[in-house]
Design a protein around this ligand. Structure first.
Ligand code: GLC
Length: 745
């Protein structure tokens, strides 16, 4: 009791000195008392059962509060791209509310492709406002798992193949969300890089690879972004399930990184009661106990950390030490979110969010090829544009798994391009091929009937006929959110276009005057037909304003500045994954789980292609503009960088074209004298620089030893070895424009 009085006195003193209105209630209810005091005060008032209660779900997307003390329950919501519609208490299906049609923001791979930290902050603030308005406390996103294989079904939800890019892009998103008093729950921690057997596969990863490739983005989210929540992933790492993995959660996340927030399980990711208690899980969600259907009305009591936990505590098998730590973390989250000091109410489906979605999506569109500058579109008055493909019209926000959204509207490319041209040009749509006519997911329906019973031959003939007299033929195809495309719980079978789209592209190339291909996908698509097109655009799932964003780029209203967040290989086999053991993993007869061996080590994405001189179709970081840029005058601020110090490296960039534009200047570091095998170069900086036609700007990076280091697993430490280093200034991982070298002493 004494401790309690002391705490209250301190709180009152603080209140008094900051002339806050005197608060005479209990400390935990005082919004202006320091969070830690509120936590300790609340904890001291809670029973054991109440503490245990908070550690598990009470419905599909909520976990308990403490009703007796007026501490609210915690509301979790998908997803990374927008606020999922309200679902039924015990089911995935939407509940049919009429006030929860949200803004669908671009897929996170689209955000990553902007290479623009400002866009990421805008994104986080906007989606955080929508979560707050919908009274949600934990946003189950962003996802930042590295694109280790182009086949991963969830690459569209993540931020590409490079840990530095993902780390720099996730931090502003997390900050933007949390400014709204909503916890970002960064997922899926960790080494969760495939959907195949995602709940039954064990990732076998050496420490250097773990620390250099798969942890950095999570570390950035926690240490730089101050993320308040982390989601454990379904898979195992080193033989232990990640929702209660001692090494990942206790030793690294909460130990090395000092994470003070909550670890939330993926839905059904908690598998072992004893481990859940001891190895760092704080909130158990979605567990498949004896099923929620037909079980006891409150089968949530069967959760690992529900009645079994209480039983274990009463029998003395567990101490209250772990329990108090879980409860503290949950209370801290509640005092940061629903019981936060300053009331704010967010905004929902407002013009600013639609504009943000449009700007972010357009800023991530990547111009891969533009022969004879056929883009931006230059259509004579009354000219004709023929749009061919299912993705000209298919609504893409519905489906794909837990990132499924119900929106007030979604602008598809046909509508976007028609909006752009009005009656100035004739815009004709031809189906070209039939892919996936699915239209609903979890009872969210696009309202589209894409049925078309014509044969492929008829569809192509019709498209070719329409294309003959067109000024422009624009094929808009790619992938979609159906199974074995960009879709949670399944992976793709290869990196080529499905539905025989190549036949349509080849047929159109024969007759088209100016031929543009837009590939809409969330993961790398190989393009053996690339020579057939005059221009190629990598479009993304751009969300509510997707069609307008694409049109903004095609018409030149927005000068493209998107850059690839992953490498696009000529074919999957060119990549670093050569064996079944690497992907999808192997399961020996006496193995309980699949074993996925990350034996390519750090050679992921461009690290592989560049170090092994394997040509790629489109390199990591690649993207054209409607103008051109030149780099010059690369230099280091001094010839020697002292250990423990920093050094500045800079380059001049000139817009040598005749339209204003933005260049993403990429800084890669090479360590030619490394004593160990290192990738040829690694991304350690990027800056988006806007340049008017003819303008030159100097771009400077200040780097420290962490940009030069590799992870020495034996020493369990980062090592920057003395010797020469090269600062490579590049327009892509394969397009180094200038270099400055210096020595680390
Ligand atoms: C899903 C996903 C996760 C999502 C959660 C709740 O299985 O893996 O990303 O947030 O369950 O829907």
């Amino acid at each position: 009791m004494k401790k309690l009085i002391v705490l209250s006195a301190a709180a009152i003193a603080i209140a008094a000195c900051c002339n806050q209105p005197k608060f005479d209630g209990p400390v935990y209810l005082n919004p202006n008392a320091p969070v830690e005091e509120r936590v300790e005060d609340a904890l001291s008032r809670m029973t054991m059962e109440e503490k245990v209660g908070m550690t598990t779900a009470q419905s599909k997307f909520s976990s308990r509060g403490v009703p007796r003390l007026g501490i609210p329950e915690v509301w979790h919501t998908d997803g990374p791209h927008g606020i999922r519609p309200e679902v039924l208490w015990d089911d995935w299906d939407q509940a049919g509310w009429t006030n929860d049609s949200c803004t669908a923001f671009p897929a996170l791979i689209n955000l990553a492709a902007t290479w623009d930290k400002e866009m990421s902050l805008l994104y986080g603030r906007s989606i955080g406002e929508e979560a707050r308005y919908r009274k949600k406390d934990i946003l189950l996103g962003p996802g930042i798992n590295i694109c280790r294989t182009p086949l991963n079904g969830r690459n569209f939800e993540y931020m590409g193949e490079d840990p530095y890019l993902a780390g720099k892009m996730v931090v502003p998103y997390v900050k933007g969300v949390q400014e709204n008093g909503v916890a970002a729950c960064v997922k899926h921690y960790a080494v969760n890089n495939q959907e195949f057997q995602r709940t039954q596969s064990n990732s076998v990863v050496d420490d250097r690879t773990l620390y250099e490739i798969y942890l950095p983005a999570f570390k950035a989210a926690v240490v730089e972004g101050d993320a308040w929540a982390i989601m454990g992933s379904y898979n195992l790492y080193n033989g232990q399930f990640n929702c209660h993995n001692k090494r990942l959660l206790c030793d690294i996340l909460k130990g090395e990184w000092g994470f003070d927030g909550v670890v939330v399980s993926d839905w059904g990711g908690c598998r072992v009661s004893e481990e859940a208690v001891k190895y760092g899980l704080d909130i158990e969600m979605g567990t498949w106990t004896n099923g929620l259907r037909g079980a006891a009305s409150d089968s949530y009591r069967n959760y690992h950390m529900a009645d079994p936990y209480i039983k274990g505590l009463r029998e003395g098998r567990y101490t209250t030490e772990e329990l108090d730590d879980k409860a503290r973390r949950i209370l801290r989250t509640i005092f940061r979110t629903s019981m936060r000091p300053e009331p704010n109410y967010g905004r929902f489906v407002c013009p600013e969010h639609y504009q943000a979605a449009r700007e972010i999506s357009a800023a991530g569109v990547v111009l891969l090829k533009n022969e004879d500058n056929v883009l931006p579109l230059n259509v004579p008055e009354g000219g004709k544009i023929v749009l061919v493909g299912e993705n000209v019209v298919k609504k893409m926000v519905v489906g794909g798994g837990s990132s499924n959204l119900k929106t007030a509207y979604e602008v598809n490319p046909l509508e976007g391009i028609r909006n752009a041209f009005g009656d100035k040009a004739q815009i004709v749509w031809e189906r070209g091929y039939v892919g996936d006519i699915g239209r609903s997911y979890n009872r969210v329906d696009t309202g589209q009937d894409l049925t078309d019973n014509r044969s492929p031959k008829e569809l192509i003939a019709s498209a070719v006929e329409a294309a003959k007299d067109a000024d422009y033929v624009i094929f808009i195809g790619g992938l979609n959110k159906s199974a074995h495309q960009d879709n949670e719980s399944t992976d793709r079978y290869d990196t080529f276009l499905p539905y025989a789209q190549e036949d349509v592209i080849n047929a159109l190339a024969e007759v088209a005057d100016k031929f543009v291909v837009v590939n809409i996908s969330g993961s790398p698509v190989s393009m053996p037909w690339a020579d057939k097109a005059d221009a190629i655009v990598q479009g993304w799932y751009g969300g509510t304003e997707s069609g307008n964003a694409l049109a903004d780029v095609l018409t030149g209203k927005v000068n493209p500045s998107g850059r690839l967040p992953f490498s696009i290989p000529f074919k999957y086999e060119d990549g670093p994954i050569k064996t079944e053991a690497q992907y999808p993993g192997i399961k020996e007869e006496d193995d309980q789980y699949w074993q996925t061996h990350y034996s390519e080590g750090v050679y992921v994405g461009y690290r592989w292609y560049d170090s092994k001189d394997v040509p790629v179709q489109w390199p990591f970081g690649h993207g054209l503009s409607y103008t051109t840029f030149e780099y010059s005058n690369a230099k280091a601020s001094k010839p020697v960088m002292k250990k423990g110090g920093t050094i500045k490296v800079s380059v001049d960039v000139t817009n040598t074209g005749d339209v204003d534009g933005a260049e993403i200047v990429q800084l890669y570091i090479a360590d030619p004298q490394a004593s160990i095998d290192r990738p040829a170069k690694e991304l350690k900086g990027f800056e988006k620089v806007y340049l008017k036609a003819g303008q030159t700007a100097q771009v400077t990076f200040e780097i420290a030893e962490d940009a030069l280091s590799w992870f020495d697993a034996e020493k369990h430490a980062w090592v920057a070895e003395p010797g020469e280093f090269q600062a490579l200034f590049a327009a892509s991982s394969k397009d180094v424009r200038a270099m400055a070298s210096f020595e680390l002493k």
